[in-house]
Design a protein around this ligand. Structure first.
Ligand code: PEP
Ligand code: MN
Length: 339
């Protein structure tokens, strides 16, 4: 914490801040600047509350310097975390492509799409059995029947499956069938769900809240890790902005920021960011060029008949093209540096 004093702060006001710092068992280190003094708080055991200083006479601001997250931070673990799921991994230096429909609708639909995406080059299959829909009248997912279909898809294709757990009540059953349990954007700060995910033996894919800062997102991951589950994958899926040309705005700058701050792998979902299929291919190319560890894309063989998110679901041929293009970009970006 750095306490920044007003230009006009008196010696007594500076002394008062020093006393507050020392009263908390910390060391105060006044740093004279050109026209004002700042006071560094050193030797603090845990986070220091800015409220201790804001409002004191002569104090302009109190700026936290150390990050509130620990377990997710590169300061705690310098090397990248690799999430191993069967034969596949996320974060191991190879691009991981996850694809499938928004929702599992029936067995034929799921199997048909799974075969398409596998042949095109997908490494994992996605599909919701419990769907968080904005309207209570929209398709809510098949529930456990959908999870059983996912298990059969895994059995027949060998692809691990990613599916969402919406609440604590259904977490057990989702965890039983899923290889990776997804927590959706609307639940990023559902703290009881995050704690339950922290007790899970499955990797958790934590989507960024649609209005969450990167710090809030990393703190949500910290909740999961603090309960003992260190297998967390972050998923950027777009944030709400003022634009109307897409459903959300894909925050690609989150990729380098998250990779710098955290050792956890980051996957990008351009489908929910765009909300329309014509933007998914260019955003996928950009995602891979920006060096994300993975890409998650919605695909449907009959998107016009899809029970959810048809408008953003790619046709299988479009997904084939996407795989070819992103792998080419990936290879260019990972060429060995000539000696
Ligand atoms: C999904 O991936 O199925 C989903 C609902 O995404 P989000 O939570 O990002 O809206
Ligand atoms: Mn969807």
């Amino acid at each position: 914490m750095l306490v920044v004093m007003e230009k006009t702060a008196t010696e007594q006001q500076i002394e008062q801040v020093v006393k507050v710092i020392e009263g908390k068992g910390c060391t105060a280190r006044p740093i004279p600047g050109g026209d004002r003094v700042s006071i560094g708080v050193l030797n603090n055991k845990g986070p220091v509350d800015a409220a201790l200083f804001i409002g004191l006479p002569g104090v302009k601001d109190a700026v936290p310097i150390t990050k509130p997250y620990k377990l997710v931070s590169r300061e705690t673990k310098a090397e990248d975390t690799i999430i191993q799921v069967g034969e596949t991994a996320i974060g191991n230096g190879r691009l991981c492509i996850i694809a499938g429909p928004c929702a599992i609708e029936d067995e034929t639909q799921a199997m048909t799409i799974a075969e398409h995406v596998k042949n095109a080059g997908a490494h994992m299959f996605r599909g919701g059995a419990f769907k968080p829909r904005t309207s209570p009248y929209s398709f809510q997912g098949l529930g456990e029947a959908g999870l059983k279909i996912l298990a059969r898809v895994r059995e027949s294709t060998g692809m691990p499956v990613v599916t969402e757990a919406m609440d604590e009540q259904t977490f057990d059953v989702v965890e039983h069938y899923a290889d990776i349990v997804q927590i959706g954007t609307r639940n990023m700060q559902n703290f009881s769900l995050l704690k339950r995910a922290g007790a899970s033996h499955r990797p958790i894919m934590l989507k960024r809240g649609m209005a969450a800062t990167i710090e809030e997102w990393l703190m949500a991951a910290e909740y999961v890790m603090a309960r003992g589950n260190h297998q967390v994958i972050l998923c950027e899926r777009g944030v709400r902005t003022f634009v109307h040309h897409s459903r959300n705005t894909l925050d690609l700058s989150a990729i380098p920021v998250v990779k710098k701050e955290s050792h956890l792998p980051i996957v990008v979902d351009p489908s929910h960011a765009a909300g329309r299929r014509d933007q998914v291919l260019p955003l996928s190319r950009a995602t891979v060029a920006a060096n994300a560890h993975g890409l998650m894309v919605e695909v449907h063989h009959q998107p016009e008949q899809a029970l959810s998110d048809g408008a953003q679901s790619l046709y299988p041929e479009q997904f084939e093209l996407l795989c070819r293009q992103v792998m080419a970009i990936y290879n260019v970006c990972h060429e060995d540096v000539p000696r």
